[in-house]
Design a protein around this ligand. Structure first.
Ligand code: 5AD
Ligand code: SF4
Length: 519
């Protein structure tokens, strides 16, 4: 939906608001902006060209809107959402708002939500319940819901019906409209709903306020066209659209110049990067090959889909340097039959062949994965195939989930004969294996010296520092505070299931410089 359609649609909804026949028509609550989401529209993939914009600006009428006001954003879900929050924080600051880390202090509270599983959504509804009291105490407070849940019709209807203290709902395609949405919310007593169910554009020059100055997220593409049968993301995030390489490279160069030590390239399906750019043949391998020449000490990327993981990418990753030897490669299931029903487009054997190629090219690689258990009608044998695949690959870590039906996805319509307690038992068995292999991988580090990017004090003990190795292992260690923000050498003394303990042996701050001129 474009700007004109938005205006037409909100007009149409305003006209509809007199129609009181339908019990489900909540539009009577609104007189200002009412553009609700449509999963049907979000499912569509047209041939329309992606529009690239670099004309974002804060219009004169909104300048100073935030003076004397504070904002608070709570983020749920993945790194993409974390990064969207950084963009929204940038817009708030450009409007003159100040950040706060307390809801009690805030004049605007946003919940940036995740729709991936039902429990992610339940947390948000719980929080909306809690915030009702605050809103009662301070009616001037603006409360907004944004992110992936906002893109779902059922969620928006539920908020309209049950959480009428919410002031604004806006979608993942409407972030750049935040100034207008805030303005509408201040001007009106009605709930402002603006959710475009479009395929999506790319807006280059949105402001950002990054959390921290050590690690940075960099979007390389948006959206997803894979339509795995369980997944809501293609509906909430629009079609695959890549940023231009020159824009990404420029952003990474700037981050390196600003002293950042690590970038993570982000996309829902980063291996499709560049497929939609028509004037050049340029994929994720090419992008990483260019980025590895930039003097930023650590480069990561997430999330990969095995289907698009090509030889060029493997060849580039094998060059090492600042490309970290860790690949998160979601498999979802070890059974070819289940993979087929999931719409994953690869078999168990093809996945294992990809793993073989990756390990041959990058012998020290650490592989991690995502797995869903209890897919509709998953048999014991099919689940056992997930267990054997897990051991065969030798993953160092996995995020494991019980399948959660998402309205609008094909899997949600499937009959399911697997009882919940069977699903839970399978998850438990898988988790035991995950823990066992993680502990085994951790043990190999004892008495080794590893390089750790130090992020700060450990959460539980301010005398201990914490950071991550090249393979993304958490290390807690004794060392001076001057090490924060640097890559230092740490000798590992002790291994736990999820983390390592050690002592700093050397502050190797030259790391960044020595990498600066890699060819
Ligand atoms: N139910 C359970 N897990 C899911 N995931 C995605 N959709 C669902 C769902 N409907 C998991 C996948 C994905 C990870 C981010 O979340 O494993 O890789
Ligand atoms: Fe959650 Fe997926 Fe949206 Fe990320 S993209 S916030 S994981 S639903």
């Amino acid at each position: 939906m474009n700007e004109n359609q938005r205006l037409e649609s909100s007009q149409a909804k305003a006209d509809n608001s007199t129609d009181k026949k339908s019990a489900k028509d909540y539009s009577k609550y609104f007189e200002t902006v009412f553009v609700p989401p449509s999963l049907k529209d979000a499912r569509k993939r047209g041939k329309e060209e992606v529009k690239y914009h670099d004309d974002f600006s804060i219009s004169e009428e909104f300048r100073g809107m935030g003076e004397g006001r504070k904002f608070y954003i709570r983020t749920y879900g993945c790194q993409m959402n974390e990064h969207d929050t950084e963009v929204m924080a940038g817009i708030f600051m450009a409007l003159g708002y100040e950040p706060t880390d307390k809801t009690d202090d805030a004049d605007v509270i946003l919940l940036n939500t995740c729709a991936i599983r039902e429990n992610a959504e339940n947390k948000v509804f719980g929080e909306l319940g809690h915030l009702k009291g605050l809103k009662k105490e301070r009616p001037d407070l603006l409360l907004g819901v944004c992110g992936c849940m906002s893109q779902e019709e059922s969620v928006v209807n539920k908020i309209l019906k049950t959480y009428q203290h919410v002031d604004m709902i806006f979608g993942t395609h409407n972030i750049h409209r935040l100034p207008n949405i805030l303005n509408d919310a201040y001007m009106s007593k009605e709930m402002v709903v603006e959710v475009w169910s479009k395929e999506g554009d790319v807006i280059e020059n949105l402001p950002k306020v990054r959390r921290g100055n050590i690690k940075a997220w960099v979007n390389i593409m948006y959206g997803c066209d894979k339509f795995c049968t369980y997944c809501i993301v293609p509906f909430t995030r629009g079609k695959e659209r890549s940023r231009r390489p020159e824009d990404i490279i420029q952003e990474v160069r700037q981050l390196a110049a600003d002293g950042y030590q690590e970038v993570t390239l982000l996309g829902q399906n980063v291996n499709s990067y560049g497929k939609d750019i028509e004037d050049i043949q340029y994929g994720l391998g090419d992008l990483l090959n260019d980025i590895r020449k930039i003097g930023i000490p650590r480069v990561r990327f997430t999330t990969s889909h095995p289907w698009d993981f090509d030889d060029r990418l493997i060849e580039v990753l094998a060059k090492g340097g600042n490309l970290m030897p860790h690949i998160h490669l979601p498999v979802q299931s070890g059974s070819t039959e289940v993979l087929k029903i999931m719409g994953r487009k690869y078999t168990r054997e093809e996945y294992l062949e990809l793993v073989r190629k990756i390990k041959a090219a990058i012998p020290n690689v650490a592989l991690t994965t995502d797995i869903i258990v209890g897919y509709p009608n998953e048999t014991d044998e099919q689940f056992e195939e997930t267990m054997t695949l897990y051991e065969e690959v030798g993953y160092e870590l996995a995020y494991t989930f019980i399948y959660s039906p998402r309205e609008g996805t094909p899997a949600a319509k499937m009959q399911d004969n697997v009882p919940l307690d069977v699903k839970k038992a399978r998850l438990q068995r898988l988790n035991n294996l995950v823990n066992e292999l993680s502990a085994k991988a951790m043990k190999t580090y004892v008495n080794q010296i590893v390089e750790v990017l130090v992020e700060g004090e450990s959460k539980n003990n301010p005398d201990i520092l914490a950071g991550y190795t090249d393979k993304n292992k958490l290390v807690n260690f004794k060392g001076p505070k001057t090490a924060i923000g640097k890559i230092v050498k740490v000798k590992i003394n002790d291994a736990k299931t999820w983390s390592l303990n050690g002592e700093m042996v050397e502050e190797s701050a030259e790391e960044a410089v020595s990498l600066a001129e890699v060819n």
